[in-house]
Write a protein that binds this ligand. Structure first.
Ligand code: NAG
Ligand code: NAG
Ligand code: NAG
Ligand code: NAG
Length: 273
């Protein structure tokens, strides 16, 4: 069993936006209880930067990152994703559909666990500041230069894993309807999405949930699940082309060429706008 703390740190170059998804993945058997004590010391923050130069942070983008990561690690039969339950992207049907499809296709079990506030061992702030320190006082003109700097931002225990991607990386999971809703209850007074503490995605297409970490698994209501294998075709590329940057930003970048060495100008000339 291996516990890895992942910080998906997406840097959208041309939009100058960044997003952080805090998630811890356990590759292997389930652990009961929270992420505390001994276990916490096993955490090895890793960080993946996705530099698309385009896009905005949507549920499909986060789901694409997670599915990409899980797909690259074929050995474990079980994956456990720990996250703090507050981020909306951690509790939505788009991600759940992506995870359920992954379980079925790859014959894996995926468990999502939501930690209570105060129990999380997230170190994103420090990851962020390590990178910021590295970038300070550096002249960076191209996305690829960011990638180099982020690769060098940390040496111990190992460098951050940096992945330079483009718009083709992202899949649109919003049309996938293997699970119609995460809502575990039926009637008023039944548990709601916010009461869920854990979700299990089974390779046979069913889901289970817990509203208390110490409970047994309860089957997710079957009327919320759709029995369809033809659904695999409904996942399409999220972007058909590079995204354009807006006219004003394009103009500002052209103005900046005055202070940018000539070698780099063609990159700025060729930005779609
Ligand atoms: C990630 O964790 C940091 C530090 O705990 C927090 O400030 C940030 O809001 C979290 N981000 C998300 C997307 O949950
Ligand atoms: C699917 O798998 C789960 C977990 O192994 C099991 O509890 C459930 O009974 C199975 N359901 C069907 C319809 O096979
Ligand atoms: C969860 O289970 C524990 C132990 O059975 C119990 O003490 C606690 O009150 C339960 N929490 C909720 C929210 O039901
Ligand atoms: C899906 O349909 C197949 C055949 O129609 C059936 O054997 C299977 O149990 C169904 N699975 C679920 C999760 O309902």
């Amino acid at each position: 069993m291996k516990i890895i703390q992942l910080h998906f740190y997406l840097l959208m170059w041309s939009q100058a936006t960044e997003g952080l998804l805090n998630i811890t993945v356990t590759l292997g058997a389930d652990l009961s209880g929270g992420l505390e004590g001994e276990e916490a010391s096993l955490l090895a923050p890793e960080q993946v930067q996705f530099d698309t130069g385009e896009g905005s942070l949507s549920a499909s983008e986060f789901a694409s990152c997670i599915v990409d990561y899980l797909s690259a690690h074929t050995e474990p039969d079980t994956f456990i994703l720990w996250s703090d339950g507050c981020g909306y992207q951690n509790r939505n049907a788009v991600l759940s559909n992506a995870l359920l499809q992954f379980s079925m296709k790859k014959n894996k079990v995926v468990i999502q666990k939501y930690l209570e506030k105060g129990h999380t061992q997230m170190e994103c702030d420090s990851v962020h500041s390590v990178i910021e320190r590295r970038l300070r006082d550096q002249d960076v003109y191209l996305p690829a230069e960011y990638v180099n700097l982020m690769n060098k931002a940390r040496v111990k225990p190992h460098p951050y894993e940096v992945k330079y991607i483009d718009h083709t990386f992202f899949q649109d999971f919003t049309k996938l309807r293997l699970c119609k809703s995460l809502r575990p209850g039926v009637r008023a007074g039944d548990p709601t999405v916010h009461d869920i503490r854990a979700i299990r995605y089974n390779n046979n297409g069913t889901m289970d949930f817990k509203i208390n970490h110490s409970d047994d698994w309860h089957p997710h209501p079957s009327h919320q699940l759709r029995n369809s294998t033809s659904d695999s075709h409904t996942v399409t590329p999220l972007y058909s082309d590079r995204l354009k940057i807006n006219e004003l930003k394009f103009k500002h970048l052209q103005d900046l060429k005055e202070v940018i060495p000539k070698d780099f100008h063609s990159f700025y000339n060729n930005l779609l706008h």
